[in-house]
Write a protein that binds this ligand. Structure first.
Ligand SMILES: C[S@@+](CC[C@H](N)C(=O)[O-])C[C@H]1O[C@@H](n2cnc3c(N)ncnc32)[C@H](O)[C@@H]1O
Length: 223
């Protein structure tokens, strides 16, 4: 199941490609992992694009929209040329990157002027991630039904993350917050119901600090 921030990510990527890019768009899925779900969802909008992929681990994939696959870190994207991408997207990756300042500078370098960077990320201030930080990987995998990564938050707050991107020349465009506890508990009926209630209350009272699922959009200046 997609998180709300993932839905927003795909929608933002597709709209940018359809409305602002002339010809075939060149995209980069940064920290792509092995899944091609995002490429497939973007393609469903009818976008004309090639998406390169990059990860510290093997991220090769057989998909009609996938171009080159690079095994390298976001902090040192040396094999990638400057000013070539219309848009970079990443799903739950920035929190794992040790040197975010270096990654933000590399993102700025490889984007074309006016290019977007669209990232779904966790809000480390949200209560569910405070709990996740103090629980082992096996517990995350139990809750998620197999998948799960080591918990690591490379930034202390979304504001601090935005400021690091700004310092690298990436202007903030939009930050969308969503509550998403229900999805973590989707395998457990009672917990899922409690999660849905929690999400509903957080949404009604609009408590951003308790919304754990974020889509951050930043832009390289057009000049
Ligand atoms: C939570 S997984 C998300 C994978 C994928 N984006 C998805 O939605 O399924 C985080 C990914 O970030 C990658 N990653 C971690 N640190 C990275 C870095 N410094 N540069 C590039 N990728 C990195 C990991 O190898 C992993 O594939």
């Amino acid at each position: 199941m997609q998180t709300p921030a993932q839905v927003k990510l795909v929608d933002t990527v597709a709209k940018h490609v359809l409305e602002s890019v002339k010809g075939k768009a060149r995209l980069l899925n940064m920290g792509a992992g092995r899944s091609t779900v995002l490429e497939s969802l973007i393609a469903k909008y009818g976008c004309d694009f090639t998406s390169d992929r990059l990860d510290v681990d093997d991220c090769s994939a057989d998909h009609p929209n996938v171009g080159e696959c690079f095994v390298c870190s976001a902090e040192h994207m040396k094999p990638l040329k400057s000013d070539v991408y219309d848009l970079i997207y990443s799903n739950y990756v920035l929190e794992h990157i040790e040197n975010l300042d270096a990654a933000a500078q590399e993102i700025h370098r490889i984007l074309k002027p006016g290019g977007l960077c669209v990232c779904s990320i966790p809000n480390p201030k949200a209560p569910e991630f405070a709990i996740a930080r103090h629980t082992p990987l096996w517990f995350h995998r139990l809750i998620r039904g197999g998948s799960g990564w080591h918990t690591h938050y490379a930034y202390t707050s979304v504001k601090a993350l935005g400021e690091r991107f700004s310092r690298a020349g990436m202007e903030p465009v939009e930050i969308s917050f969503y509550p998403c506890v229900e999805q973590y508990f989707e395998r457990f009926i009672l917990l899922r119901w409690l999660g849905a209630l929690y999400d509903c209350l957080v949404r009604i009272f609009h408590i951003k600090g308790m919304m754990g699922n974020i889509c951050l959009v930043t832009k390289k200046s057009a000049t």
